[in-house]
Design a protein around this ligand. Structure first.
Ligand code: NAD
Ligand code: IPM
Ligand code: MN
Length: 331
């Protein structure tokens, strides 16, 4: 008996968002795995049309799916993606950055994974106006969320040959919040004696990533540092068009490129679909279709190595042609 198709919700969003999710969907359709895609609206255009950046129907569609493919939203991105991450209970944002053969980049030996805490820190949305001239933002850190992300990072490191875990913090200034974050990281580290563990200040980590990124394997950090360092990591390997991410929780999973809606290149067929296609590969892995996930990754790697790429990587292909090139190499 054939398997039931996987139910996937696609939320393209704004600008290049729908262009890259369409490319990812085409690649998924070409794998031979059965999918049932449903499309939902969100973002700036949706806000202008309906008064809501994230309509209830979209939220329900995401909650009902076995996996969500998200593109990007524009100015309303925070309203859309932060709410989706929260409502789906995705406590970690997994952001791999790996240098690819054939792609000109600063550091060909980069192969790291940022485990970004996804629910708190300065993203908790606790801001206040004390006086018209004095405003505050509260950095929320809890033992529970810190322990959960640390455990996720250590389990991943253990399951991948005892890779080194680096906890990235700013405990010399953020004494209480990063003090608690590190306390929980250390507590979890003690349960994984086989996994090498280090702690490093975020400013020096930024420098070390630029100078010698091969020092890092699994990086675990709070929400805002993870946001910033993941764009830095994208820069190391050749740009934002290459970096996927997975928002994971106990019940739901949402996959999105690290990049935004890139309004500067929207509508021109120029967007690099690689990040979105690698999101599709991560979705396949999440669904247990590991072999197909590996096939998609191998096809992407072959295209990158052969220069079958979009203009941001020095190639000549359009978004659609780049997706077709991956499909042609799926085998
Ligand atoms: P951005 O990531 O959209 O773009 C930064 C630069 O990288 C631009 O020059 C862009 O052309 C380029 N770029 C990004 N993705 C690319 C791709 N796939 N192929 C080729 N080039 C690519 O960041 P930004 O310009 O700071 O933000 C633009 C908008 O996106 C803002 O409104 C922001 O709020 C939003 N944003 C949304 C998300 C999201 O929805 N998850 C994430 C980040 C930013
Ligand atoms: C990202 C984005 C989002 C974030 C924004 C758009 C809210 O920058 O996914 O990296 O800060 O998490
Ligand atoms: Mn970001």
């Amino acid at each position: 008996m054939s398997k039931q198709p996987y139910r996937v919700a696609v939320i393209g969003g704004d600008d290049i968002g729908p262009e890259v999710t369409a490319a990812a969907q085409k690649v998924l359709e070409a794998t031979g795995v059965a999918f049932d895609f449903s499309h939902f609206d969100a973002g700036d255009a949706c806000l202008a049309r309906t008064g809501r950046a994230l309509p209830q129907e979209t939220l329900e569609g995401a909650l009902a799916a076995q996996g969500v493919l998200f593109g990007a939203a524009g100015a309303s991105a925070a309203q859309v993606i932060l709410r989706l991450r929260a409502e789906l209970g995705t406590f970690v944002n997994v952001r791999p950055s790996k240098a690819y053969q054939g792609v000109a980049c600063l550091h060909p030996r980069t192969d790291l994974m940022i485990m970004r805490e996804n629910t708190e820190c300065l993203y908790a949305g606790i801001e206040a106006t004390l006086t018209p001239d004095v405003v505050t933002a509260t950095r929320l850190i809890t033992a529970q969320a810190s322990e959960r992300i640390a455990r996720f990072a250590f389990e991943h490191a253990r399951d991948h040959g005892n890779q080194k875990v680096t906890a990235v913090h700013k405990n010399n200034v953020l004494i209480k919040t990063d003090g608690l974050f590190l306390k929980m990281c250390r507590q979890v580290a003690s349960e994984f004696p086989g996994v090498p563990y280090e702690e490093a200040l975020v400013d020096s980590v930024a420098m070390r990533m630029v100078m010698k990124p091969e020092q890092f394997q699994v990086m675990v950090t709070t929400n805002l540092f993870g946001d910033i360092l993941s764009d830095l990591a994208a820069g190391l390997i050749g740009g934002l068009g290459l970096c996927p991410s997975a928002n994971l929780g106990p019940k739901h999973a949402l996959f999105e490129p690290v990049h935004g809606s890139a309004p500067d290149i929207a509508g021109q067929g120029k967007a690099n679909p690689t990040a979105a296609i690698l999101c599709a590969a991560m979705l396949l892995g999440h669904l247990g279709e590991d072999k197909t996930a590996a096939r998609v990754e191998a096809a992407v790697e072959a295209c990158l190595a052969a220069g079958e790429v979009t203009t941001d990587l020095g190639g000549q292909l359009s978004t659609e042609q780049a997706a077709q090139a991956v499909i042609a190499r799926l085998g």
